[in-house]
Design a protein around this ligand. Structure first.
Ligand code: HEC
Ligand code: HEC
Ligand code: HEC
Ligand code: HEC
Length: 165
């Protein structure tokens, strides 16, 4: 009675596993980047690579140091908490050196509609309109000052035919 009488094939099989494991370790040594695992389950040098990317957004504080007139108007209006670059786009280069980059003109038909187009998914309290019906193709800034968009009830501005919704 010998349990291992016909065990030869098992040893060959085990040997194959050991060989495969050694090949795995060799391949792994060459394909895993050196800094992997330095801090966690990612490449340690990735932190430096990401930090080295150019900054694109200046942040509203930067804009406000120069454009104080816009800040004055905006901080009193309904867009007080909408940040400059949410509408004007990333402008770090302009903030660093205003003469090097002139901010692009904005198309309010696209810009305002992006946030204010009515949708059932938006909270009811958020001001929303059907742009085509509401403005009849008249540019939004004809009636709304972009930096302080609420229309004073006393102001003469009247919605175009079709009416404000
Ligand atoms: C260092 C001062 C400075 C900073 C910071 C700055 N700007 Fe300006 N900005 C200027 C100057 C100067 C002009 C040109 C003014 C002019 O020609 O009337 C200008 C022009 C503009 C214009 C109008 C361009 C046009 O068509 O008339 C916009 C929009 C603008 N800036 C937005 C921003 C935003 C948004 C930020 C923040 C990301 C910002 N600026 C940061 C100085 C600055
Ligand atoms: C809700 C969107 C929105 C926000 C937020 C916003 N802007 Fe504007 N801004 C506009 C639009 C629209 C115009 C007019 C069209 C154009 O000039 O491209 C404009 C025009 C300007 C102009 C040139 C003419 C002017 O009115 O003085 C400057 C400068 C400017 N914005 C700076 C700023 C700064 C600085 C901030 C943040 C404090 C800011 N904007 C926030 C939409 C916005
Ligand atoms: C990035 C999103 C965003 C963009 C773009 C934007 N708005 Fe707004 N708007 C807001 C937010 C947020 C409020 C404040 C909502 C509140 O107070 O509940 C607001 C408020 C308003 C209001 C005030 C409504 C009221 O309660 O009286 C008007 C009008 C308005 N926006 C028009 C515009 C116009 C016109 C443009 C284009 C120049 C524009 N908005 C672009 C986010 C945006
Ligand atoms: C012809 C003038 C005119 C034009 C153009 C215009 N609006 Fe208005 N809008 C008004 C008036 C007036 C009101 C206030 C009506 C009211 O209180 O019901 C208003 C109200 C709003 C409100 C607030 C709605 C609410 O429920 O409180 C938003 C948001 C708005 N407009 C966005 C826009 C956008 C976006 C555009 C461009 C697509 C635009 N408007 C073009 C006149 C205009």
């Amino acid at each position: 009675m010998s349990v291992f009488k016909d065990a030869g094939h098992l040893f060959r099989f085990a040997g194959l596993f050991v060989l495969a494991f050694i090949i795995f370790l060799v391949v792994r040594h060459y394909v895993v980047p050196p800094s992997f695992g330095q801090y966690g389950h990612y490449r340690g040098v990735a932190i430096g690579e990401i930090a080295a990317r150019p900054v694109k957004f200046a942040g509203h504080q930067a804009c406000e140091t120069c454009h104080t007139d816009v800040l004055d108007m905006k901080s009193k209006g309904k867009h007080a908490h909408v940040n400059c670059e949410a509408c004007h786009g990333p402008l770090a280069k302009h903030a660093d050196d205003p003469s090097s980059v002139t901010p692009a003109k904005l198309d309010t038909a696209v810009l305002c509609a992006r946030c204010h187009t009515a949708s059932a998914a938006k909270p009811k309290v958020f001001p929303q309109v059907d742009p085509a019906d509401h403005s009849n193709g008249v540019p939004c800034e004809t009636c709304h000052q972009p930096h302080s968009p609420a229309i004073d009830a006393a102001a003469p501005a009247k919605p175009a035919a079709g009416g404000a919704k």
